[in-house]
Every structure is written in C-alpha cells, then in structure tokens.
Design a protein around this ligand. Structure first.
Ligand code: PBG
Length: 325
C-alpha cells in the first residue's frame, strides 16, 4: 500500500528543506518606513495609539533615517504635522515647511536614503480634509493646483519620490505636468491609486492630527466593497504617468493587491496602515499573540499577494528580524 501517493509533508520536514521550498521571502528592500515630522529641535512626541512610533523634529528624523538605512531599510515616507494649519494647507508648499526641512536634514545625514513624501492636504488643513473646501465640499480641480505646488516644493527640497494620497481625479497628470515644467523630470510618482475609505486609518489620524472636522472622506476615497473600481483607478494613474501604484490598506485588501499586480506593468506597493499595526501591538501587549511572528506573517502575506514594496511601521524591526536570526 502506497497511499497517499503525494506526500507534501516531505518538503516540510526540516527548517532547511522548508527554506529551500519557500515561495516568498521578505528582504529589507521590500520596506518603506513612514515617519511623522514636526518643527523644532530634539523633539520627540510618542503617538499613544501606535506604540513605538513618534512624531519627531527634523534632526531626530535624520537620525532615525540614518539608523534605518544602516540596518538595510532603503526608503522612508514623510508626513508633516505643521505648527499652524490653515484652510488651504499653506505649510505644505512653504520653503521652510516641516517636510521640506526634514527632507534636507535626511539628505544631509544619509544622501543614499530614498526620500518619499506623502502629498495631501489633510495634515496641513485646519478642517482636516484632503483638499480645498468649496460650498461645503472638497473641490477636485482647485485641489489639483495645490497638490502640484506641494509636489514641486518637495522635489525642490530634495525628495526622490512624491506620493499623492488625496484621491482627487486627475492628480497624477497635474503633478507630472507641474514637476516636468519645473525640470523635475526624474522625480517619480508613487500613486495611492486604490485608497479606500477605511476605519483602519484611526491611529494615523491621531498621529497626524488630521481627523476631518466635519463629514468624512467617503466622497473621495474608495468604497471598500469595490475591486473593479480599483482596477479603473490603477489604469487611470498609469495612463497619467504613475511610476508605482499602491493599494491601501493592505490586510483587508489582499485580493485587490493581487488583481492590481496582475494588470500593472509598474511596481505595486501596499500600505500596511496604522490600524493594522496598532491591532497587533495591542494584542501583543496583552500577551494574546506573538508580535514578531504575526507581523512577519502579515508582511509575508502582503508580499505573497503581489506587493513589491510595503509601507510599514515595522520597517526597521522587520528588517532586524529577518536579517539577524
Ligand atoms: C492622507 C493619508 C492617510 C494615511 C496616509 N496618508 C490618512 C487618511 O487618508 O485619512 C493613513 C496611513 C495609516 O493609517 O497608516 N494623507
């Protein structure tokens, strides 16, 4: 009797064989580390809802970036929290804005680090929406001009990649045109193409102080049940010149990542967002799950789904976990 004929367990017998048969392997180059920057010097404000994450002044951001690059993290994405927010988010395109200062500090400290900047109005506006308000609503076309202005300003400060997360229609071409007109032909665009109106952004909004003061973001961010629409958003962003397309959040949208990976001829990124991180942190603090094991399982799952790059608050720790065994 030789049943069963197939015995898949043979390839699971030892860690050595499992290593040989492994289909998906995380590497440090997969990770992009999000950082929140504020004004001042030597300032560090822990984000309560995101243990291990803090808002930092430019000098400390530069130190953090240097340490991350030293262990193998290739990129950071910067979010700015200005001292003064206003109706149009003017700090976001100011030459001495919080992000502009952080870009310069990072580039001084570690020029090889890839610096990505989130492009959006919500961290800079007093009403917390991702665009300009007209007649009580976020006005698409008026917002495009400001996103373009913001992108050019980040490029001028030294950013390598700009990453629009606002979900206005036509933003990729508006940003591309503006950057090209100013000579920033080599600055890439990472488009948050399929960004859903998600409850998983809760902790981020504490970190960035960007919760909308009225209404919500469902008028511009995508409706969670939709996947065909995600493919449409990706198609449009590719036509408009996106260099990388992104799906966000990641865990509840693995099928979307897979579908996008199947049609995209540019790299696909996925954002392992704040709520996905904080849930694991909270459960681990209670001793209910093993943080390292679960975090690596989540990141591996996101990569297996089709992501080439993963934005994650675990970037530095995960790099240490997978390189120092
Ligand atoms: C908007 C932006 C958000 C996140 C990244 N860019 C918040 C939002 O849309 O409300 C969320 C990231 C996270 O939750 O980790 N600029």
């Amino acid at each position: 009797m030789s049943y069963p004929i197939e015995r898949p367990r043979r390839l699971r017998k030892s860690e050595t064989i499992r290593r040989m048969a492994r289909e998906t392997v995380l590497t440090p180059a997969d990770f992009i580390m999000p950082l929140f920057t504020i004004s001042g010097k030597n300032k560090r404000e822990p984000v309560e809802a995101m243990p291990g994450v803090a808002r930092m002044s430019a000098d400390l951001i530069a130190k953090e970036a240097k340490n991350a690059f030293a262990v193998g993290v290739p990129a950071i994405i910067l979010f700015g929290i200005p001292d003064h927010k206003d109706a149009v988010g003017s700090d976001s395109w100011s030459e001495n804005g919080v992000v502009q200062n952080a870009i310069k500090a990072v580039k001084d400290a570690v020029p090889e680090m890839c610096v990505i900047c989130d492009v959006c109005m919500c961290e800079y506006t007093d009403h917390g929406h991702c665009g300009v308000i007209k007649h009580g609503e976020v006005d698409n076309d008026a917002t495009l001009e400001l996103l373009a202005k913001q992108s050019v300003s980040f490029a001028k400060a030294g950013a390598d990649i700009v990453a629009p997360s606002d979900m206005m229609d036509g933003r990729i071409s508006a940003i591309r045109d503006a950057m090209d007109a100013e000579g920033y032909l080599d600055i890439a665009i990472l488009a948050y193409s399929a960004k859903y109106a998600s409850g998983f952004y809760g902790p981020f909004r504490e970190a960035a102080g960007s919760a909308p003061q009225f209404g919500d973001r469902r008028g511009y961010q995508m409706d969670p049940p939709n996947v065909r629409e995600a493919l449409r958003e990706v198609r449009l962003d590719l036509e408009e010149g996106a260099d990388i397309v992104m799906v966000k959040p990641a865990m509840a949208y693995m099928d979307v990542i897979r579908r996008v990976a199947e049609i995209s001829d540019v790299p696909v990124a996925a954002y392992n967002v704040s709520g996905e991180y904080s849930m694991v942190k909270a459960a681990a603090e209670k001793g209910w799950i093993d943080e390292k094991r679960v975090a690596l399982e989540i990141l591996t799952g996101i990569k297996r789904a089709g992501a080439d790059m993963i934005l994650t608050y675990w970037a530095k720790e995960a790099t240490e976990w997978i390189t120092i065994r």
